[in-house]
Design a protein around this ligand. Structure first.
Ligand SMILES: Cc1cc2nc3c(=O)[nH]c(=O)nc-3n(C[C@H](O)[C@H](O)[C@H](O)COP(=O)(O)OP(=O)(O)OC[C@H]3O[C@@H](n4cnc5c(N)ncnc54)[C@H](O)[C@@H]3O)c2cc1C
Length: 410
């Protein structure tokens, strides 16, 4: 609880990051205004359609050494696991170059992993606590997550990544073929080795979870404002309102958590962040005839496979393209039956594998909380705690320096 007088804090964006930040700010005793044009965690949000994983082991960025060799393939294969749309290439080339450079050697990856770990470490415990408070504790599944490989050699090829996990204290177990078959009899015989992240889990229905968190916030006194934020009223760097398409929303502090919608607002708050959409896809197959225990990640697929209340969800892939461009369903040709839910969403991605969390350059009253790319569901609770501590002027739970948007100004 804050020791000072309560502040009015406008949280812009009700995806999972904004909602967790709002909960922590409210828990600190402040008044929360939640500005969101859509439904909290609705289909417009990345938080709706993700692979549902909450993973303390999500410490490695996507860009790894050797990625540059694959870039020509990204351009040629429109339906591959990582692809770039030709017509968007000029706009994304600079970001792609920074992305590849960020992962160019293992020392950089190790540093990035150390910065990512505090954001991931307590994810399951934190989400379980929020879900219980919101009356949806059943949505949290704690059965681990299994990476499956064709054989032990394929697992060994990723030994540096697993060694980093071990060094940071992420628990995992190796699973030989017989045990893998016992755990998941329907698994393709292509996969004969597994590694289970024992402390990981799932939020079985992230859209429903976000809706429940929004209800909890409102029940505790937060006010929802159905509007799209357009900017900030600043005088000498001090904030008096978030401006929206429905008029100004008076407040003393603002949290910018608008996912892919954050870049323009961050610019108005003094930070030019290279934030683009790594678009991702899901299909949900109702009544698939299989029920998975742990979620699965095939080593070659870039798709998480999980059981959800709606059916079997396959979610993943990366497509660098304009967020507003029509989805490219050629990648899901096998899944065009009417009953299959197909979804495309925008991962809000910086090139260096870290989100932007911290004070805006243009105002000490605006706190950024965006850019979580592939792991925002996992990293939302720790982000929320950091945001609340910054707003409160408390000692942060961990060093916020690596996440500062100012790193892109250098
Ligand atoms: C296919 C796929 C699979 C994924 N799998 C996982 C996974 O298994 N585990 C994991 O941890 N992460 C995963 N992710 C990533 C995760 O979903 C995102 O990082 C996370 O949802 C980002 O949350 P957010 O709140 O920042 O953004 P969003 O969920 O996109 O929410 C942003 C909200 O801001 C609102 N908004 C936008 N502009 C404005 C504005 N101007 N004013 C007010 N509101 C605005 C939007 O309407 C939206 O509701 C996956 C993503 C995808 C696409």
């Amino acid at each position: 609880m804050s020791k000072d007088a309560p502040l009015t804090v406008a949280v812009t964006g009700a995806g999972v990051v904004g909602l967790c930040a709002a909960l922590e700010v409210q828990r600190a005793g402040h008044h929360v205004l939640l500005i969101e044009p859509g439904e909290p965690g609705g289909r417009q949000a990345a938080s709706y359609g993700n692979a549902t994983w909450i993973n303390p082991g999500a410490i490695v960025p996507i860009s790894l050494p050797g990625l540059w060799r694959k870039v020509p393939g990204f351009l040629l294969d429109r339906t591959g696991p990582f692809t770039v749309r030709w017509r968007d290439l000029p706009r994304h080339a600079g970001w792609l170059a920074r992305f590849v450079a960020a992962g160019r050697d293992w020392d950089r990856i190790a540093i990035c992993a150390r910065h990512r770990y505090p954001l991931c470490k307590e994810t399951v415990t934190d989400h379980q606590a929020y879900a219980t408070e919101a009356g949806v504790g059943h949505l949290i599944r704690q059965q681990g997550l299994v990476y499956v490989y064709p054989d032990r050699a394929a697992f060994a090829a990723e030994r540096r990544i697993w060694a980093m996990r071990r060094e940071l204290g992420v628990r995992f177990s190796e699973i030989e073929e017989a045990e893998l078959r016992r755990l998941q009899p329907e698994l393709s015989p292509t996969y004969r080795f597994g590694a289970r992240l024992d402390g990981a889990g799932q939020i079985a229905d992230p859209g429903a979870y976000c809706a429940a968190l929004a209800q909890l916030l409102e029940a505790r006194g937060a006010r929802r404002i159905v509007a799209r934020a357009t900017g900030f009223s600043l005088d000498g760097g001090r904030l008096s309102a978030v401006t929206t398409d429905q008029g100004p929303v008076a407040c003393q502090r603002a949290v910018l958590a608008a996912g892919i919608g954050s870049a323009g607002l961050a610019r108005l708050a003094g930070d030019h962040v290279p934030l683009i959409s790594e678009r991702g896809y899901h299909v949900v197959i109702p009544e698939p005839g299989v029920e998975l225990g742990a979620g699965l990640m095939p080593s070659d697929g870039q798709m998480g496979i999980v059981s959800t209340p709606q059916g079997l969800r396959l979610a993943g892939q990366v497509e660098l393209a304009d967020p507003a461009a029509a989805p490219d369903w050629r990648r899901a040709k096998r899944f065009d039956a009417a009953e299959i839910d197909r979804w495309m969403g925008n991962r809000p991605s910086t090139p260096d594998g870290l989100p932007c969390i911290g004070f805006a350059s243009g105002s000490p009253d605006i706190v950024h909380a965006f850019g979580h790319a592939h792991t925002g569901l996992t990293q939302a609770p720790a982000t929320g705690k950091l945001v609340a501590a910054l707003i409160d002027g408390r000692e942060p739970p961990f060093d916020p320096t690596p996440y500062s948007a100012r790193r892109f100004a250098r």
